[in-house]
Design a protein around this ligand. Structure first.
Ligand SMILES: Cc1cc2nc3c(=O)[nH]c(=O)nc-3n(C[C@H](O)[C@H](O)[C@H](O)COP(=O)(O)OP(=O)(O)OC[C@H]3O[C@@H](n4cnc5c(N)ncnc54)[C@H](O)[C@@H]3O)c2cc1C
Length: 406
């Protein structure tokens, strides 16, 4: 009998979950509060751990076509342009860079039609021994399992983990943008108290992020592009030109927050996943990658364990240590790379590191976070348990478009 899940949120974590459930023969309904599907106009990188996991989901090839190799971890510079480490153009690049919307689309295209409902904001969740039920702006829906991939501000976490402190402001703020700019190899430039990241993107574009310290969150400017341009005006080429080439209304300004480690990611028939469970500072480029890992580990546990409860316990036991260690490391990396006090020591240490050693550190096989391998997902086509298109038990109180919302 086909089992049903409700996935809250159609970000990368939610879509990866729907796809992983599809692979094991479950049916999922994804409830997304936004009226249209998509991702913010920014970039991201995915490391070998996440790329392997996308392979397990059956979309690795599509992801590799959408992504562009980036040497951001091999090209380290200081704000005056000196190279601390320099990648050779023919070095294999461990990371692939994406426009977020492109990676999102790869996942969305692999999910069965009709699984995603937009304009569907979840407001409450309740559960008993046999099912979990959510109320959302389109009605009420019950299923065997609820996977909450509803992001850093997760309503599920606030409802079912009421004692959890809110996400913590880490004293850093970031401007992000995408500009038409071809031929950049990817780099990270360190300045005192700040850094500037560049990734090449498909279709002759480049993604940039400027991350710097901030005393308080929520400080916003009338002209964000002018403000970030002021911060980097003396930095080496092509940084000022890249910011200048970015449309002013496409510059995004966000504050950096993460979550303190939760004691558990599960509550009855509800599992937290992705940023809802372990929002992390972006400094290791791992947040979305970890959510993709979560999805595959959860599906593998559901297919291997005899009961839902055992599967959720296994998911919780396997994912908390890895995701919380990664979050801890990302928080520390961010502190180090934006520290005024240790800037000189950090840049000296990187400059003095023999390039062979540096290259080994960014080799996919030696980096401990990147070395991770996903569990194998039994393909429902192999086991004959493919989802047969049945939907969770639903009582609609208002009409909502069901579909891809594109
Ligand atoms: C500056 C920056 C750079 C980053 N760079 C990288 C990188 O290079 N690589 C990487 O892997 N990660 C990176 N990350 C992290 C990554 O962006 C996140 O970890 C990832 O997007 C989380 O995905 P998610 O699906 O868990 O949550 P989200 O993407 O936040 O999706 C949550 C979804 O749930 C929906 N939702 C929320 N509440 C409800 C509700 N009540 N009902 C219905 N729907 C709801 C939202 O609308 C949203 O669509 C970066 C983050 C930042 C801030």
């Amino acid at each position: 009998m086909t089992r049903h899940a409700i996935v809250i949120g159609a970000g990368i974590g939610g879509l990866a979950t729907a796809l992983a459930l599809h692979r094991i023969g479950w049916h999922a309904t994804v409830l997304e509060r936004a009226s249209e599907l998509g991702e913010i106009g920014a970039g991201m990188s995915q490391a070998p751990n996440a790329l392997r996991t996308l392979d397990e989901l059956g979309v690795g090839e599509q992801a590799r076509q959408a992504g562009v190799p980036t040497h951001a971890t091999g090209n380290l510079r200081t704000a005056d342009g000196r190279h601390l480490q320099r990648a050779r153009p023919d070095d294999p690049a461990a990371l692939l860079a994406f426009h977020r919307a492109d990676l999102h689309r790869v996942l969305l295209d692999a999910i069965p039609d009709g699984w995603v409902r937009t304009g569907a904001e979840v407001t409450t969740i309740r559960q008993d021994g046999t099912s979990a039920t959510v109320d959302y702006s389109g009605g009420e829906l019950s299923a065997d399992l609820v996977v909450a991939a509803d992001g850093i501000g997760s309503i599920t976490r606030r409802l079912l983990w009421p004692d959890t402190p809110p996400p913590r402001f880490l004293g850093r703020t970031a401007w992000l943008g995408i500009a038409p700019f071809d031929g950049l190899p990817g780099s990270v430039t360190l300045g005192p108290g700040a850094y500037f990241l560049i990734h090449p993107l498909s279709r002759a574009r480049a993604y940039w992020a400027h991350i710097t310290t901030a005393d308080q969150p929520e400080v916003r400017y009338e002209h964000e592009k002018t403000e970030v341009a002021r911060h980097i005006r003396d930095w080496h080429d092509p940084i000022p030109a890249l910011v200048n080439a970015t449309p002013a209304d496409a510059v995004i300004h966000i504050d950096i927050r993460d979550l303190d480690p939760l004691p558990t990611y599960i509550n009855g028939r509800v599992a937290l996943l992705g940023d809802a469970a372990h929002a992390m500072s972006p400094d290791r480029g791992q947040g979305a990658g970890q959510s993709i890992e979560d999805a595959v580990v959860l599906a593998a546990a559901l297919s291997a364990e005899p009961t839902l409860q055992a599967a959720l316990r296994r998911y919780d036991t396997e994912r908390r240590p890895r995701t919380q260690n990664t979050a801890r490391g990302a928080r520390a990396d961010g502190r180090r790379t934006t520290s005024h006090a240790t800037y000189r020591a950090l840049t000296t240490m990187i400059r003095l590191t023999p390039s062979a050693l540096w290259r080994k550190g960014i080799d996919p096989d030696s980096n401990p976070t990147w070395r991770w391998h996903p569990p194998h997902l039994p393909d429902s086509r192999e086991t004959g348990t493919a989802a047969r298109g049945t939907a969770p038990r639903s009582r609609a109180v208002s009409g909502h478009r069901i579909g891809r919302g594109r």
